[in-house]
Design a protein around this ligand. Structure first.
Ligand code: PMP
Length: 305
C-alpha cells in the first residue's frame, strides 16, 4: 500500500502518494478519534461512477458531528475530492477512502484547539471476501467479542476507534479458519459482521437487526431495502438471535467492500442448503445491476467522475 505511484487528496491539495504523510504526534493516532468512509466506484458503460456518493459524504459529516469534529471542507468539496482521486489515479473502478482526523498541534485527551484534517485516497480493490465467497458463500463465526453498546462508543459514527472491536473479531475468526466474524450486541442479539450488516431469510421474508443492536446504518443495507421492495419481498427489522441465523433458509452480509456476500455457515452449522440461496442470488444480481449502471431506475445513485 505504501510505495506506489499515484495521487492522494490531502487537505485540499492533490499530492503524490509517497508524500501524503502526517506526524507521529497526530492526536488521532494516540486517542483514536477520527472518522472514515468506504466508497466504491464501478466501471459503468458511461465510464467510472461512484455509487451513492452523496450518502457516503453525508455519513462522513454525520460521523464527524457525532464525534464533535468540524471538517474544514464542505460536502461539495469532499464529493469533488472523491471524483478527483478516481480520475487522477486513472481508475476505471476502485475503492475510495475518505478519512478525517485530529492533527498534531497538541496532545492530551482534549482535542480542543487542535486542527481537523481530511484526506481521500483511492485504489483498485476486488471482492473483499473473495470472488469465491461471492458465489459460494462464506463461513462465519460468532465472535467472543461483544459489539459496541450504543452508549459506549457511538455506533452511528463510522469512527476509527470502533474498528478495534472489528479487528479483534475478524482476527479471532480468521485465525480459526473462518472468513469473517458475526458480533452480538451486549444483550446477546445479532448485531453485524466486523465490517458488514447481516440479513437472514426465513420462509421468503428478509430480516435484519434494527439499529438499536449497535450496527452501522449501512448504505448497502439501505440499497437492499430498495431491492427487496422491487422484488416484492418484505424486509423486517427486528431483534435476531444467533440460533435464528442457524435455522434461517439463507443469510448474507452487505457492505461497500463486501457488496452482497452469501453466508453459508455460522459456527460450523450449515445455513439452509449450505450454499448461496435463491433469494440471496436475486438480491445480489439486482445489486450488481444497480452498481454497474444496468438499472436505469437507480441511475441517480451513480455519479460519473
Ligand atoms: N458495519 C460496519 C461495521 C462496517 O464497517 C460497514 C462498512 N462500512 C458496514 C456495516 C456496511 O456499511 P456500508 O454498506 O455503508 O458500507
Amino acid at each position: 500500500m505504501a510505495d506506489r505511484d499515484g495521487k492522494i487528496w490531502l487537505d485540499g491539495e492533490m499530492v503524490d502518494w509517497r508524500e501524503a504523510k502526517i506526524h507521529v504526534l497526530t492526536h488521532t493516532l494516540h486517542y483514536g478519534c477520527g472518522a472514515f468512509e468506504g466508497v466504491r466506484a464501478y466501471d459503468t458503460a458511461n465510464g467510472p461512477a461512484i455509487f451513492r456518493l452523496q450518502e457516503h459524504t453525508e455519513r462522513l459529516f454525520n460521523s464527524a458531528k457525532i464525534l464533535r469534529m468540524k471538517i474544514p471542507f464542505t460536502p461539495e468539496q469532499v464529493n469533488e475530492a472523491q471524483k478527483a482521486v478516481i480520475r487522477e489515479n486513472g481508475l476505471r473502478s476502485g475503492y475510495i477512502r475518505p478519512l478525517t482526523w485530529i492533527g498534531d498541534k497538541k496532545l492530551g485527551v482534549s482535542p480542543k484547539g487542535n486542527t481537523v484534517h481530511l484526506m481521500v485516497a483511492a485504489w483498485a480493490w476486488g471482492a473483499y471476501l473473495g470472488e469465491e465467497g461471492l458465489k459460494r458463500g462464506i463461513r462465519v463465526k460468532t465472535s467472543s467479542y461483544t459489539r459496541h453498546h450504543v452508549n459506549i462508543t457511538m455506533t452511528q459514527a463510522k469512527a476509527v476507534s470502533n474498528y478495534t472491536n472489528s479487528i479483534l473479531a475478524n482476527m479471532e475468526a480468521t485465525d480459526e479458519g473462518y472468513d469473517e466474524a458475526l458480533l452480538l450486541d451486549s444483550a446477546g442479539f445479532v448485531s453485524e459482521g466486523a465490517g458488514e450488516n447481516i440479513f437472514v431469510i426465513k420462509n421468503g421474508v428478509i430480516y435484519t437487526p434494527d439499529l438499536s443492536a449497535g450496527a452501522l446504518n449501512g448504505i448497502t443495507r439501505n440499497t437492499v431495502f430498495h431491492i427487496a421492495k422491487d422484488l416484492g419481498l418484505d424486509i423486517v427489522q427486528k431483534r435476531i438471535t444467533r440460533d435464528e441465523v442457524y435455522i434461517a433458509d439463507e443469510a448474507f452480509f452487505t457492505g461497500t467492500a463486501a457488496e452482497v456476500t452469501p453466508i453459508r455457515e455460522l459456527d460450523r452449522i450449515e445455513i439452509g442448503c449450505g450454499a448461496r440461496g435463491p433469494i440471496t442470488e436475486k438480491v445480489q444480481t439486482a445489486f450488481f445491476d444497480i452498481v454497474n449502471g444496468r438499472n436505469p431506475k437507480y441511475a441517480h445513485w451513480l455519479t460519473q467522475v
